[in-house]
Design a binder for this molecule. Structure first.
Ligand code: PGA
Length: 270
């Protein structure tokens, strides 16, 4: 796992946008996996800026969102479809037919979840899955105890997540109790994962996910099993990591490699 620690949340957004934009430029018909929440807002603002100022072209991009609350209409201000519409989709030239969010209204959970998995497969799989992390270490709505082999399904939210998300609804009792979410194994099928975390409230979860044991109690820790994960953190969220020096050293080497500074890497000195 690459661990990149940036100064603050704005720098995390800029760095994350570079990875997304690089993919879109290299593979215009790519498939993006997208999260909602407070964390990706800066990334979405950067992508909108790149679209407006640099012509970043989303016309062939397909998107799949990680999750959706059960029972909320797409027009409900707290539905994730609405969130995506307001914070990204309507500001860039994405084809609406290529944007997918799990169907929170179908009560035939089994078939709507299977259909979502099929649509991801039919699109060729997710090239880049962007992820936030919950303060309890969850990814998407894969709460502690979720099987690491899980696929898209309906889940009940834990008290901690309901409390965390109550800020968006006004009170805890308005937060839906169920969500449809991609499973941990669905996420691990993505070709690359980009994990974003900002703020001191994420420091403990980030440490468990990156440096702790792989466990279903911290579903983000399953990312340690993935071959291509990049974690972009701000200093607060990365503050509890014990191997920060090593991560910084690796990033220095990565930069030298990308810019062809072979001698600085000790190549060709013999
Ligand atoms: P947040 O949520 O970005 O609003 O902190 C992250 C998550 O729960 O996955």
């Amino acid at each position: 796992m690459r661990v990149i620690i940036e100064k603050n949340a704005d720098a995390v957004a800029v760095r994350a946008a570079c990875f997304v934009a690089e993919l879109i430029r290299r593979k215009p018909a790519c498939v993006l996996g997208l999260p909602t929440g407070g964390t990706p807002l800066g990334l979405y603002r950067q992508l909108i800026r790149l679209h407006r100022e640099e012509g970043l072209d989303f016309s062939q991009v397909t998107t799949f969102n990680l999750d959706e609350y059960v029972g909320l209409e797409a027009t409900h201000p707290q539905s994730y479809r609405y969130f995506m519409q307001e914070n990204l989709f309507r500001h860039v030239n994405l084809d609406p037919a290529k944007t997918h969010v799990p169907d929170g209204l179908s009560l035939d959970f089994e078939s709507s979840c299977e259909k979502y998995e099929q649509m991801i497969r039919a699109a060729g799989g997710i090239d880049l899955q962007v992820l936030g992390i919950g303060s309890d270490g969850h990814i998407a709505f894969n709460e502690p105890g979720s099987s690491l082999g899980s696929r898209t399904r309906v889940k009940s939210l834990t008290g901690e997540t309901i409390r965390d998300n109550a800020r968006f609804f006004g009170s805890e009792d308005q937060v839906p109790r169920l969500a449809i979410t991609m499973g941990v194994a669905t996420i691990l099928d993505s070709r690359r994962c980009l994990l974003l975390a900002t703020g001191p409230g994420k420091a403990s979860a980030v440490r468990s996910a990156i440096e702790g044991p792989v466990t279903a109690q911290v579903t983000a820790s399953a990312l340690q099993l993935h071959r291509d994960v990049i974690a972009v953190l701000d200093e607060d969220a990365g503050g509890w990591l014990t191997r920060r020096e090593c991560y910084a050293e690796f990033e220095r080497a990565q930069r030298l490699l990308e810019t062809g500074q072979w001698r600085e890497l000790g190549i060709g000195k013999q």
